[in-house]
Ligand binder design. Sequence first.
Ligand SMILES: Nc1ncnc2c1ncn2[C@@H]1O[C@H](COP(=O)(O)OP(=O)(O)OP(=O)(O)O)[C@@H](O)[C@H]1O
Ligand SMILES: [Mg+2]
Length: 270
Amino acid sequence: MTAKTIVVGNFKGGVGKTKVAVMASWELSRELNKKVLLIDMDPQANATTLIARSAGITEIKSSIFEGFEKGDLASTVMHVNDNLDLIPATVSFKNLPKFLYSKFQEDLDQVSYLNRLLEPLKENYDYILIDVPPTISDYSDNAMMAADYVLIILQAQELSLEGAETYISYLQFMIDEYEAYIQVAGVLPVLLRPGGRVDHATVERAKEMFGDDNVFENYVKHLERLKAWDITGITYKDHHDNRAHQVFVDVVQEMLDKIEKIEGGEEAGE
Ligand SMILES: Nc1ncnc2c1ncn2[C@@H]1O[C@H](COP(=O)(O)OP(=O)(O)OP(=O)(O)O)[C@@H](O)[C@H]1O
Ligand SMILES: [Mg+2]
């Protein structure tokens, strides 16, 4: 087993990145029976909070920043359930930039540190998902260098592709500058405002920009239940819960199909 590593990206705040990263990890592990590691690369630690609430975790003994300091992430891995592990973040992670600059002189070493630390963990998982903050920063640079794929969030109610476009142009910069080896797994439309519908013009523009096949057929609807889980943790108690889970089961199925297609195409081309 060598994990495929996926970062959930968009350089805009509050577009649903964390919700998608957590729920994709959750359904991959529970419903698709994959071994999954979720890495919280955001010092705001929203993914950590949501997982902790959902799994009844009350204490975080060791967080990602300690793993970075020690040069070993294994001791920071927390078991959430049989198939899902989490590397949690805490606010101490805000010191990552200072730490990287004092430890490494070379830019390339600074941005590649997560990739180096993840290498020995990859044999334990089918998938590693990374949640990042909405900034161009050491956090997102390290995630891009460590990831095989990016799942790009598209705000499908907006008239612009702003956060997704910036993400793609920055990805190209990272490929040119540091030879990042990362591919687009797909562009996932997300509806963040209530009562909203998909703006078809935006989705069409996304298809022109990213290619028809790259834009997901499934999209993440706005569901009050998904928001409520921030407070209650992820639950399974009624049909609203079932509906919210099904959204992400469909999304992860499509994501795996897309990745398989990309890898099938690569083999055929070899
Ligand atoms: N599909 C959805 N339906 C309803 N609410 C949602 C949905 N997705 C996310 N939310 C809510 O929207 C808010 C922002 O979502 P989230 O934290 O996932 O965004 P983010 O892109 O990770 O934000 P940040 O840039 O701050 O990291 C949260 O309160 C979350 O619960
Ligand atoms: Mg977030």
